[in-house]
Design a protein around this ligand. Structure first.
Ligand code: MN
Length: 227
């Protein structure tokens, strides 16, 4: 992650303690029926606030300072049936990289907090999503083991003013904080906007599936007993 963990923030070693006590990162799990979390992450580069309800209706209010990312996160919320509020500001005049990565980290922490010990959930999810000529598969495992395989070659680097390479950085940040295994495979596609949009829809659908409760489950879906 480019080694720029300056002013505290949500980073933590794999399998390490939660970062709530670190300066600049606060998380809380709100009471209520739905699984939810509120996370704030402030550094010298960005300030991101996220409220997430996993068991939502797909509503969203997104302002990250990066319009294309807003568009993708609205799609993510809608297709994953997550209720999501993201308020972000950052040094986008330097580069949108910091903002995109920090939104990924904060969103990942929100999912991790909201899912808690992951008892009773399906754990695995997958979706293959078309958008016209583009076809993208996303497979997730809420295993507690962060690992990303991103098999996507965008045919052009720019999507309007957005740097398409940042999708990879977003997913890397997001999955590292959730603690999950993600495989993204782009089977085909010509238009980079289509490919990225299919990726976010696929991620949303796969995560929706993986976070659903299975009534047959007692505890976590692991022979180890821990996810
Ligand atoms: Mn679009």
């Amino acid at each position: 992650m480019k080694g720029r963990a300056k002013a505290g923030g949500g980073r933590r070693a794999r399998g390490g303690a939660r970062s709530r006590k670190e300066k600049g990162a606060t998380g809380e799990q709100k009471p209520g029926r739905g699984r939810r979390a509120a996370v704030t992450r402030a550094t010298r580069e960005t300030n991101v606030q996220i409220e997430l309800q996993v068991d939502g209706a797909g509503t969203s209010r997104i302002t990250t300072g990066v319009p294309f990312l807003d568009h993708m996160l609205e799609i993510f919320a809608r297709h994953g049936f997550f209720d999501l509020t993201v308020t972000g500001s950052g040094d986008v005049e330097v580069d949108t990289h910091h903002s995109v990565e920090d939104v990924g980290l904060t969103l990942g922490q929100a999912f991790r907090d909201a899912l808690g010990d992951k008892a009773g959930i399906r754990r695995f999810g997958q979706a293959t999503v078309p958008l016209d000529e583009a076809l993208v598969s996303v497979v997730v495992d809420l295993s507690g083991r962060p690992y990303l395989v991103y098999d996507v070659a965008l045919p052009s680097a720019r999507i309007g003013t957005f740097d398409g390479e940042l999708v990879h950085d977003f997913l890397q940040a997001f999955m590292s904080q959730v603690g999950m295994n993600v495989h993204v495979t782009c089977h085909r596609g010509r238009n980079p906007h289509h490919i990225v949009e299919a990726t976010f829809k696929g991620l949303a659908r796969a995560l929706d599936q993986a976070t659903q409760r299975d009534p047959r489950l007692k505890g976590v879906l692991s022979t180890k007993g821990v996810l």
